[in-house]
Design a protein around this ligand. Structure first.
Ligand SMILES: NC(=O)c1ccc[n+]([C@@H]2O[C@H](COP(=O)([O-])OP(=O)(O)OC[C@H]3O[C@@H](n4cnc5c(N)ncnc54)[C@H](OP(=O)(O)O)[C@@H]3O)[C@@H](O)[C@H]2O)c1
Length: 178
């Protein structure tokens, strides 16, 4: 299982409940990488999507403590997708164990943890690969991704060339558990 995340050089990933920075080239990479895949996320991340709709043509596994908090909009959006012939699934789970069980039928290389801060942290021990886009955005984050460099458990195995968008520089990197 992999995590896919966009971090600043200080491993910041968000502020005020939003992404720290929204880079179109990185969004494209995210869409292409997770196409037709299984994505695992927290309820806050699902709520942050436009219309609280799950990601289209993906199996969306959402961790939520309290089922009473499930949003009608999300369920309706998933049903509308299915009616339109899309392969969107929305599965709510209440624990890490249930999330792993829901993902079990699918090939491991097709399962991605997509955030947010809480879910990245609790699911990281179950992952062997992290796809990390590293940007040089200077905004101050209020939520962080675990610092893989300092953890001693991870090593960067691939580092792509530098890209630039509106003065922000970013690279696609791959990290593997040692
Ligand atoms: N840079 C990136 O790549 C990236 C990607 C995604 C998100 N983000 C950022 O991350 C931030 C959001 O992170 P977050 O930590 O607030 O939200 P989150 O990880 O998306 O969701 C947290 C929620 O998940 C539920 N949950 C947590 N642990 C659980 C467990 N063990 N079992 C069942 N449910 C559990 C709880 O929801 P309930 O209490 O509702 O049940 C909890 O409030 C935002 O700033 C967002 O922009 C960044």
């Amino acid at each position: 299982m992999k995590e896919i995340v966009n971090v600043s050089k200080q491993w910041g990933i968000g502020k005020n409940g939003d992404l720290l920075i929204n880079i179109p080239g990185d969004m494209k990479f995210f869409r292409e990488t997770t196409k037709d895949a299984v994505v695992i996320m927290g309820s806050t991340t699902l709520e942050s999507f436009p219309g609280m709709a799950p990601l289209k043509n993906r199996i969306n596994i959402v961790l939520i403590d309290d089922p009473a908090k499930i949003k009608k909009e999300s369920v309706e959006a998933a049903e509308a997708d299915k009616k339109a012939g899309k392969k969107t699934e929305l599965i709510f789970v209440r624990s890490i164990e249930e999330a792993l069980k829901a993902a079990e039928p699918y090939p491991d290389e097709n399962v991605f943890v997509i955030g947010g801060a809480t879910i990245y942290r609790i699911m990281l021990p179950y992952c062997d690969t992290c796809l990390v886009t590293i940007n040089d955005c200077k905004d101050k984050p209020d939520v962080y991704y675990p610092n893989l460099e300092e953890s001693g458990e991870w090593e960067m195995t691939e580092e792509g060339p530098e890209n630039e968008w509106e003065g922000i520089h970013y690279r696609f990197t791959t990290w593997k558990r040692k």
